[in-house]
Design a protein around this ligand. Structure first.
Ligand SMILES: *Cc1c(COP(=O)(O)O)cnc(C)c1O
Length: 388
């Protein structure tokens, strides 16, 4: 074969869910009733009014042409208004907001705008794998920051050695956090901004779960803090908030330079988001938000349905008030992969081994609350019969 994959592809870690999916399908084929709590993809459908807004917008030929690459003005105005009401943040929609084809797209492309080969990207682990892929694709080097339970799964950025900081261009943070469910306080963002300004590092904050909280208050946005726009960009998504993972719609907001750099990359790679989808997104953001709050309460109820089974099996559940993930510490000496394998074979339950998100996830597992309460009670009953 004269063709081989580039070194950047060869350097990618294996796709986390591929092997897990294969074994799950094998067990299912044997007739086992599988309760899949693996992938973080909301199980409930997109709210009706959003689907209707898309259907209507799809009829309009004006939406059939290339969209404005940085996003429809009306969509960006809606996002600016959303920040004002939800976070009391003022943003200039023309310069400080850009629409994304899902936030993953923006997260993967952003380093291309600011990272030169050999530059360092500070990446949390356990964490969303795209921060590392994005760094790899532009020749950057990830420096992994362990997220430890004793620190509430917040990175200890103050302890990063000065030699690395000189080469660091971006620090990624993600709260509410996937996979741990950890949240961050305003004070954390305040310290992070001051530190980043001192070392001239861009803070890239992934806020995909900011609305997936159990109460009515949103998780704080880094943009609420003074000085944020000088160093920070925030990535947002409609995927988790409105059960719209398949639609591919998100946005980036923050300092003008960061938005302009990202926009320039995107201008050369894609041609923006289908306008009908942006209009559906506007319907989601401006419509009745009661269903969003109801989903938050539902995830809390689901968490409470699963937790007793996890505890009965001897697992330690990290308490959380956000996301649809339950992050559990396994008893000492139990390895993540062995746990996930036993869980699947003996209880028909799929969970994600924590080490799949990074070495500090070893000894942990993640359960995604993407099944109805009844099924989670069934999962809890099966778990309660196991001992690890
Ligand atoms: C789901 C998720 C996203 C959002 O992805 P989209 O591309 O917007 O669907 C971003 N970051 C994290 C950590 C996620 O778990």
């Amino acid at each position: 074969m004269p063709f081989s994959f580039s070194s950047r592809l060869a350097a990618l870690p294996p796709y986390l869910f591929a092997e897990l999916d294969r074994v799950r399908d094998e067990v299912r084929a044997r007739g086992v009733d599988i309760i899949d709590l693996g992938v973080g993809d909301p199980d409930r459908p997109t709210p009706r009014p959003v689907v209707e807004a898309l259907a209507q917008a799809a009829e309009n030929p004006a939406n059939h042409q290339y969209p404005l690459y940085s996003g429809m003005n009306a969509f960006k105005d809606t996002v600016a208004q959303w920040y004002k009401t939800r976070h009391q943040v003022d943003l200039d929609p023309a310069r400080e907001i850009c629409s994304l084809i899902g936030s993953k797209e923006g997260i993967a492309h952003f380093p291309l705008a600011f990272v030169n080969p050999g530059d360092v990207v500070l990446t949390p682990e356990p964490g969303y794998p795209v921060y590392h892929s994005g760094a790899l694709f532009c020749g950057g080097v990830s420096h992994f920051m362990p997220l430890l339970e004793k620190n509430g799964f917040l990175p200890d950025f103050e302890s990063i050695e000065p030699g690395l900081l000189k080469k660091a261009k971006i620090i990624w943070v993600n709260y509410p956090n996937n996979p741990t469910g950890a949240t961050a306080a305003r004070e954390f963002y305040g310290k992070l901004i001051a530190w980043a300004a001192r070392h001239e590092i861009i803070v890239a904050s992934d806020a995909a779960y900011s609305e997936m909280t159990f109460g009515d208050e949103p998780h704080p946005s880094i943009l609420e803090l003074p000085g944020a726009k000088d160093v920070a960009i925030e990535f947002h998504s409609l995927s988790k908030t409105y059960n719209m993972t398949g639609w591919r719609l998100g946005w980036a907001a923050g300092g003008e330079t960061f938005i302009r750099g990202l926009g320039q990359v995107k201008n050369n790679v894609d041609s923006g988001v289908f306008q009908a989808i942006q209009m559906a997104g506007m319907a989601a953001l401006t419509g009745d938000q009661a269903p969003v709050r109801a989903m938050g309460r539902l995830y809390k109820e689901r968490r409470e349905a699963l937790t007793p089974g996890l505890e009965a099996a001897g697992l330690s559940v990290f308490p959380s008030s956000a996301t649809f993930y339950v992050w559990v510490r396994l008893p000492a000496g139990v390895r993540s992969a062995d746990f996930a394998s036993r869980l699947l074979h003996e209880a028909g339950i799929v969970a994600t081994p924590g080490n799949g998100f990074g070495p500090s996830g070893e000894g942990y597992a993640r359960f995604a609350l993407v099944q109805e309460v009844e099924r989670l009670r069934e999962a809890a009953a099966r778990l309660a019969k196991m001992k690890f």
